[in-house]
Design a protein. Sequence first.
Length: 115
Amino acid sequence: QVQLVESGGGLVQPGGSLRLSCVASRDFFGIYTMGWYRQAPGKQRELVASVTSGGSTNYVDSVKGRFTISRDNAKNTVYLQMNSLKPEDTAVYYCNVRVAVYNYWGQGTQVTVSS
């Protein structure tokens, strides 16, 4: 049983910053990708950012230059630093770990950007 525990969400004003963290309950001992998805009300879940075991990153166009994903393999943790937040970033953010054909998900953390 794998658990992913997210933290760091909340309410922030436009232009503000938040840092999301996600800790996995076990080490995956191999090649795996960690990432963040988000789902806004009435919209499909979308990939926000991902980082491979080798450190390669990928971002959705709407967050490039504002968000930074990083990982600490020793701590089984992935982070998402979100700067210059916009109201359209409001969503539930989900942590994801992909190992071969297996996907693991966190419970989600709410991010609300509003004045």
